[in-house]
Write a protein that binds this ligand. Structure first.
Ligand SMILES: [Zn+2]
Length: 344
């Protein structure tokens, strides 16, 4: 680490942040789930600060509508797996950090495996289904998690520290209901940056062994009027997750097809995990349209398959067999396209 002291000089000048703290950070590990708007900012700040290892998990690909706020990506990244594009960019920022991209929809045992190796989970997801999976994993493994969310011009941040404060399910009444999302209500880029930066700040405190209080921060990206709520009294003495330790979200294995919010596309997850033979799948797809494979992700469009609105059906297939079928919002249609061209 000695050669890196100069790189981290400005943060090592901070009160209580000497060489020991910097070394502790260099030996720590963070799991960032979702490298969209929030995860772009938090992951970059953690990498620049010198966290030793950062795992970047994201199931999605970079789209044009992401570029308004997802700071790690440029036009060159359109269509690339986000986790891979993010890791490439972050490697150029700090080659001393070990970066591991994970292009998967995290579920069950896999979340536990990644959580066990982490000192903190940073929630960069955009849906409560996945957040509750992370919350289960955090409580089950005793690893703190930093929740973050942003919709419209408002954001929220909350550290969930197992054994110290309530978990996400205890405080669910204080969190926004899932009726408004970025896809339907829009989102202001500066708000997501504020939330991601606060998450990174809390993660750095946790990774360097500082005490973090269970405060729910509400961020107003327009007027600047924030609010802090001590959620300690909201701990639910009957909580299924953090009291009874029943981790039902970890036990769910989403099979089948899920319509991705507001995007005219459907995610298809095959029954059971498997590794795909990318080369042979892309070779057979080429008979039906223009397809290529980039770092294990197959992408392309069918020549003759059309969706409900007459657009060509597109397909992304990831190494674990999961696929995103675009140009349709009909789960049955998406499943049938998958079964026909990728295999049941
Ligand atoms: Zn709880």
């Amino acid at each position: 680490m000695s050669g890196d002291v100069h790189r981290y000089h400005r943060q090592m000048l901070l009160p209580g942040w000497g060489e020991d703290t910097q070394r502790r950070l260099s030996e720590s590990s963070a799991l960032v789930v979702g490298v969209g708007a929030l995860g772009s900012v938090s992951a970059e700040l953690l990498v620049r600060a010198g966290v030793g290892r950062v795992v970047l998990a994201d199931r999605d690909v970079v789209e044009l509508t992401n570029l308004q706020r997802q700071l790690l990506y440029s036009e060159d990244d359109l269509g690339r797996a986000k986790a891979v594009a993010a890791a490439d960019r972050l490697r150029r920022i700090n080659s001393g950090v070990m970066l591991k991209p994970v292009v998967e929809d995290l579920r069950g045992e896999r979340v536990l495996e990644l959580t066990r190796g982490a000192g903190v989970i940073v929630d960069g997801t955009d849906n409560f289904e996945t957040r509750y999976v992370l919350n289960d994993a955090a409580v089950a493994c005793g690893v703190p998690m930093v929740y973050g969310g942003a919709v419209g011009t408002a954001g929220m941040v909350l550290p969930v520290v197992p054994g110290v404060g309530p978990c996400l399910r205890c405080v669910s009444g204080e969190l926004p209901v899932a009726t408004a999302t970025c896809d339907t209500a829009g989102v202001l880029g500066p708000v997501t940056a504020m939330v991601g930066a606060r998450q990174a700040s809390i993660a750095l405190q946790l990774l360097t062994g500082r005490d973090v209080r269970p405060l729910l921060e509400s961020i107003d990206g327009l007027g600047g009027e924030g609010r802090l709520l001590d959620v300690t009294p909201l701990k639910d003495g009957d909580c299924e997750c953090c009291v009874r330790r029943r981790f039902e979200f970890l036990e769910r294995d989403d099979e089948g097809a899920v319509v991705l919010c507001g995007r005219d596309s459907v995610q298809v997850t095959p029954a059971g995990r498997r590794r795909l033979d990318t080369e042979s799948v892309v070779a057979s797809l080429r008979a039906h349209g223009s397809f290529d494979a980039d770092q294990g992700v197959i992408r392309g469009r069918f020549a003759a398959e059309r969706g409900e609105r007459g657009e060509a059906i597109g397909l992304f297939v990831f190494g674990d067999g999961r696929a995103i079928v675009s140009g349709t919002s009909d789960p049955a249609r998406a499943r049938s396209v998958y079964a026909r061209y990728v295999g049941a």
